[in-house]
Design a protein. Structure first.
Length: 141
């Protein structure tokens, strides 16, 4: 279960150094990850076993979801974590999500979201100003 936020930087080659606290869990899957687009403008990073579950769910969707299949499956890239915990984020995925250098990595349970830092800050501020969704009406903090 991945959780928490990390402010990170991509190197000049577009490599992301995964935080040390997540490397053991990611290494259990032999450091094999899959990166794809998220509809909110970030990237999703899955350990391979979690990706396979997600991929199977997406592949089973009906024809009406064909464009979403293209977005999730057609943009998916398999990557391996190197010996120092780095993964290469492809230029195509970086460009498609507006990611340049400064990023936020969010643990989202079974996967991570990778955001351009400025985009995430702006969208988070907007969400904090909006009304909470109805699903939180009976939620106790």
């Amino acid at each position: 279960m991945f959780q928490g936020a990390s402010s990170l930087h991509l190197d000049a080659k577009g490599r992301l150094s995964m935080p040390t606290r997540h490397r053991d869990a990611l290494g259990a899957g032999e450091g094999q990850l899959t990166i794809t687009k998220h509809p909110h403008g970030c990237l999703m990073i899955f350990p391979r076993n979690e990706w396979e579950k997600f991929r199977d769910r997406i592949a089973a969707l009906p024809m009406q979801a064909q464009w979403w299949k293209r977005i999730f499956l057609g943009n998916a890239m398999d990557v391996d974590m190197d010996g120092t915990g780095r993964v290469l984020v492809s230029p195509e995925l970086r460009a498609g999500s507006g990611i340049t250098k400064d990023v936020i990595l969010l643990g989202m349970g079974s996967y991570f979201e990778l955001w351009d830092a400025a985009t995430y800050a702006a969208q988070e501020a907007e969400a904090m100003q909006a009304q909470m969704p109805d699903v939180f009406k009976d939620f106790s903090f």
